[in-house]
Ligand binder design. Structure first.
Ligand code: ATP
Ligand code: MG
Ligand code: FE
Length: 332
């Protein structure tokens, strides 16, 4: 089966075609990062406008690149949520238009299911598996007992990991998106500050990053008032050490408790070098295989939506032409 995927939940306009849920046939991503950079973050109105301008171009490019015709495509899958509502609507409406015009089944996909299924484009899943999702808007531990079934066993109670990275980066006056900048600085610094780790209740797999973010901000303010100089590299390294410690410790604990056969990492923060290194280290002493996708599959793309959409399609999921963008869609 050839499945077409469309993703417009945030600031990437993306269309891809995936074969059998595992093989990327074409994968086109138009990023808007440059347009949002000067505002220090994604501006929803600008994002929607760019999606409108880009969607047909990206769609055509994905089809041309694949060498396929519309007759070859079995279904149209699209990110239904969560995300920015105005941005989601552009993709959803494009998908509905194609579904109607070309008479193809339509399937709405959860964005985070997409991030998880990006991994299946690299390696076949082995259940039960544990997915650590760390992105701009989500920090979750998801247990999967079979394809298309998602049990959220832990999630952030406040900021997402990527959000914390971006906010701390702003404090350090680094350009957007801040995650990669902090990652780079961290590799040049030393862990000199003992920032807090929010472990929460003993048996909880939830996360919290707002306390850490405040601690970093206070540290910077206090140092300024006292006339002390803190190296940005050391702040970045110390902040990253705290984030990575909590993420990796909880992931390892959950992997053991649920006796999983595989651990996969997904979302933009999966690109983080500190996190990749520590996770590899921790899992190397277990016999649980750890899968971290290549960078271009960590951040938003439509191949992951088509991959997750393939499973939903095969399980018989269908959306009607009343499909709507849902900014707070739940993963289930
Ligand atoms: P969501 O998937 O939750 O809707 P999103 O799609 O905006 O949010 P992604 O595109 O998956 O999120 O990831 C973007 C986030 O990843 C940003 O917060 C960015 O700063 C962060 N990020 C990217 N690279 C790195 C890195 N090397 N280290 C830390 N964070 C990073
Ligand atoms: Mg993005
Ligand atoms: Fe995302």
């Amino acid at each position: 089966t050839y499945i077409l995927g469309i993703e417009t939940s945030c600031d990437e306009t993306a269309v891809a075609i995936v074969k059998n849920g595992t093989e990327v046939i074409s994968n086109v991503v138009a990023s808007q990062i440059d347009s949002h950079k000067r505002f220090g973050g994604v501006v929803p109105e600008i994002a929607s406008r760019h999606h409108v301008e880009q969607i047909t171009v990206v769609l055509e490019e994905a089809l041309t690149e694949s060498g396929l015709n519309w007759e070859d495509i079995h279904a149209i899958t699209v990110t239904e949520g969560p995300g920015l509502v105005g941005a989601l609507l552009i993709g959803v409406n494009a998908a509905k238009a194609i579904s109607f015009a070309k008479q193809k089944p339509l399937v709405g996909v959860h964005h985070i299911a997409g991030h998880i299924y990006a991994n299946r484009l690299e390696q076949e899943f082995d259940f039960p598996l544990l997915a650590l999702i760390v992105s701009g808007g989500h920090t979750e531990l998801v247990l999967m007992k079979e394809h298309g079934s998602y049990e959220v066993i832990g999630e952030t109670r406040d900021d997402a990991a990527g959000e914390a990275y971006d906010k701390v980066a702003r404090m350090l006056e680094l350009p957007y998106p801040g995650g990669p900048q902090i990652d780079r600085l961290a590799s040049e610094g030393e862990v000199t500050i003992d920032f807090p780790r929010a472990w929460l209740e003993e048996d909880s797999y939830d996360f919290s990053f707002s306390g850490l973010k405040s601690a970093v901000i206070n540290k910077i303010h206090n140092a300024k008032q006292r006339g002390e100089t803190l190296k940005n590299e050391d702040i970045a390294a110390s902040f990253q050490a705290s984030v990575v410690d909590v993420l990796s410790t909880k992931t390892l604990k959950a992997a053991k408790q649920y006796n999983v056969k595989q651990v996969i990492v997904a979302g933009g923060v999966a690109a983080n070098n500190g996190l990749r290194t520590v996770l590899k280290e921790k899992f190397s002493s277990t016999n649980i295989p750890l899968l971290i996708p290549p960078l271009h599959l960590c951040t938003d793309n439509a191949a992951m939506i088509a991959a997750a959409g393939t499973i939903a399609y095969e399980k018989g999921a269908r959306s009607g032409l009343d499909l709507n963008g849902n900014p707070s869609l739940l993963l289930k």
